[in-house]
Ligand binder design. Structure first.
Ligand code: ASP
Length: 365
């Protein structure tokens, strides 16, 4: 009962607050698809960016957003939209995923990625792959063509070859900017956070016209990582989660903290509970709401976007309290697309069939 009343009160509060929270895309009820993307969060400040860098990042985000929006607008699936976005960002050296992956301590590259289908909660992930051009494709293959959820290292690579996934020489991932970051880290005994300035992981979350959610994340990890370190990006429930009953989330940030909090699943679980009336009390109202939710008519419940924002902000505050930072993107079954981050900025974008289409970088936009 208390949970129901809280949810109801939150809904009312949400109504009262509607329009006062700029971070929330107020998707109209008729929204049939929705998409949010990210290219990493961190100390991204205007004064550290040249106008050219600013424009180039926005153009990259826009290209990825447009590709995903096109899939959804053409009636494609959320899974295909997520893949389309991430493929573009993996091939773009500006981001720490695929081509632009950071260097490990041993001066190599080890890539992580995961993808999840909110309709079935099927998922696939790869960790520490060294020669796969697009780890997101391999993660999806793990989901569709293996009995497993997560493969790592050489075994994952063998599976990639078997599945005809494109293999590239390690030099494909070599970039001057990332090499310089590793060298500076070693020379000045700095941490990855000092030299990376931002986390450049990429991710996408989508709701398609059939009402299905999907989430995906891909990364090179953190500069100077060693001993086979694996971050949150390939961990289902930490960096990626999708469940049609609640939301789809992709994260970027200091992976160790996101794993410890179980960020993506934590947000989805809290949102699912917030939507769910308590059993056995106020039977009729409970049954009515339960029916709405199971019919996928939860969009009739007001304040859902505000609840999702509040829960996301609280979970990110929890990450901060432990000492971590970063951000998330989220899409709800009702079509709301939102962000939450505790860093100065986050490369991000969102689009809906209702006409929202934006990319942003700094925290104040
Ligand atoms: N979360 C990633 C990791 O810890 C880093 C990032 O977001 O850029 O591997």
């Amino acid at each position: 009962m208390r949970r129901f009343l809280t949810a109801f009160a939150l809904s009312l509060t949400g109504l009262a607050l509607a329009g006062t929270a700029p971070a929330i895309a107020q998707a109209p009820v008729e929204t049939s698809w929705s998409l949010a993307i990210h290219g990493g969060a961190g100390t991204i400040a205007r004064e550290n960016m040249t106008p050219e860098e600013d424009a180039a990042h926005r153009a990259s985000l826009q290209a990825a957003l447009d590709a995903g929006a096109k899939v959804l607008d053409d009636g494609g699936t959320a899974m295909d939209a997520v893949e389309a976005v991430i493929l573009i960002l993996e091939d773009d050296a500006r981001f720490n995923a695929g081509r632009g992956a950071v260097y490990t301590w041993e001066e190599g590259h080890e890539l992580d990625a995961s993808i999840m289908d909110g309709r079935t909660r099927d998922a696939g992930a790869v960790a520490g792959v060294k020669a796969v051009r697009n780890p997101i494709l391999l993660a999806r293959k793990v989901m569709t063509d293996s009995p497993h959820v997560m493969l790592s290292g050489d075994g994952a690579q063998d599976f990639a070859v078997e599945q005809g996934i494109e293999i590239v020489p390690s030099s494909y991932f070599d970039t001057e900017r990332r090499r310089e970051a590793l060298e500076r880290m070693k020379a000045d005994k700095l941490s990855a956070l000092d030299v990376d300035i931002k986390f450049g992981t990429v991710g996408a979350v989508a709701l398609d016209g059939e009402g299905n959610l999907a989430a995906g994340t891909s990364t090179g990890g953190m500069t100077g990582k060693r001993w086979g370190r694996i971050g949150d990006a390939p961990i289902i429930g930490a960096g990626t989660y999708a469940d049609n009953r609640s939301c789809a989330v992709s994260a970027t940030g200091w992976g160790e903290y996101f794993i410890r909090v179980g960020v993506a699943h934590e947000i989805c679980a809290q949102l699912r509970f917030a939507k769910m009336p308590a059993d056995g009390v106020v039977e009729e109202i409970g049954n009515f709401l339960r029916k709405q939710i199971s019919n996928g008519e939860a969009r009739a419940i007001p304040g859902m976007a505000e609840q999702a924002q509040k829960i996301s902000d609280e979970v990110m505050a929890d990450v901060k309290e432990l000492g971590g930072d970063g951000g998330i993107i989220l899409v709800t079954p009702e079509g709301h697309a939102l962000y939450s981050f505790n860093t100065a900025g986050m490369y991000r974008g969102r689009a809906t069939s209702g006409g929202i289409k934006e990319v942003a970088i700094y925290g104040d936009e």
